[in-house]
Design a binder for this molecule. Structure first.
Ligand SMILES: N[C@@H](CCC[C@H](N)C(=O)O)C(=O)O
Length: 293
């Protein structure tokens, strides 16, 4: 059995996050441990953000992102805000540079407690997303679900925010769509060789939209930060909105700015719930004593 590692159960607008402290150790959180933690209602999560020792000079830590099905993700905006809040509380530092499998990213905790994460540059090339076949213009790809002559969802925008996203534009309230039925089919559609995060988006003003997301490897979530970024850049790219947008997810609002230098900045809150220790090999866990009522 591996020695126990510390964790904090947190959330970013209801996106359920476990921040696992894997610093100073060589092992990793196994897919089996992730699945076991997700099976227990008390530790059910959408992503584990595993904080490892830095691999690259100039970065604070290497962050590994694990979905609740045990698969790896390249980006997690809400999880990064949780990591920043946890490390800022521990160190007093406010500005961080992290490394993930997708590259280097910067983040900052503001005086009001909100956290901004530089989610990097969006990529629109079909091979970068990736898509299984060539689309010259990924602002609108050929994909639909429902009856062939009256599709329920169709012609999404596709984009990579480090991870693959498809954004379906809708005119009606996003809650009127059966995303838990369509989500798994679209996530696993052969057009997405690495699967995809599936979002439905209703634009309500030049600076506002509402979205719901079926996350790759995690299912329906209350918030998906990278999807909010993907929806914002796709909306601006198709002239539905300006480049600064409030994206309301089921958990609340996120401010997304697609800057002139092409970087996408996501700003929102993070919340600590409780802490404990767990076995990164098996997922067996215990709550910290001071958290026990
Ligand atoms: N909740 C996240 C996105 C998590 C990763 C995603 N499920 C994937 O596999 O790409 C966010 O806040 O960005």
């Amino acid at each position: 059995m591996a020695s126990a590692a510390q964790f904090a159960k947190m959330n970013g607008l209801g996106n359920e996050i476990i921040v696992a402290d894997m610093r100073g150790r060589a092992d990793r959180v196994t897919p089996g441990a992730a699945v076991a933690l997700n099976t227990d209602p008390a530790t059910r999560f959408d992503q584990i953000m595993a904080i490892h020792d830095a691999r690259t000079p100039g970065t604070f830590n290497y962050i590994e992102i694990i979905n609740s099905d045990g698969s790896m993700a390249q980006a997690c905006g809400n999880g990064m805000r949780c990591v920043v809040q946890a490390l800022a509380a521990e160190t007093g530092q406010k500005i961080f540079t992290f490394e993930t499998i997708a590259g280097i990213l910067n983040a900052e905790e503001h005086a009001d407690g909100t956290i901004s994460v530089d989610m990097g540059r969006p990529r629109f090339g079909w091979q970068d997303i990736p898509l299984a076949e060539e689309f010259r213009d990924t602002r609108m790809i050929e994909l639909q679900i429902g009856p062939i002559d009256a599709p329920v969802l169709h012609s999404p925008s596709a984009v990579s925010m480090g991870n693959p996203h498809a954004i379906f534009w809708v005119d009606r309230d996003v809650w009127t769509y059966d995303l838990d039925r369509f989500g798994p089919l679209l996530e696993n559609h052969p057009i997405f060789p690495e699967r995809a995060n599936i979002t439905i988006a209703q634009v309500t003003a030049r600076d506002a939209m509402t979205i719901r997301t079926w996350e790759r490897g995690a299912g329906l979530t209350k918030a998906c930060g990278s999807a909010a970024c993907a929806a914002a850049v796709s909306a601006a790219r198709t002239n539905r909105t300006d480049r600064t947008v409030t994206v309301t997810v089921p958990g609340g609002p996120l401010l997304i700015e697609w800057r002139a230098d092409d970087h996408v900045i996501m700003t929102g809150p993070a919340e600590w719930e409780f802490s404990g220790t767990f076995d990164p090999a098996t997922g067996k866990w215990a709550r910290d004593r001071q958290d026990v009522a």
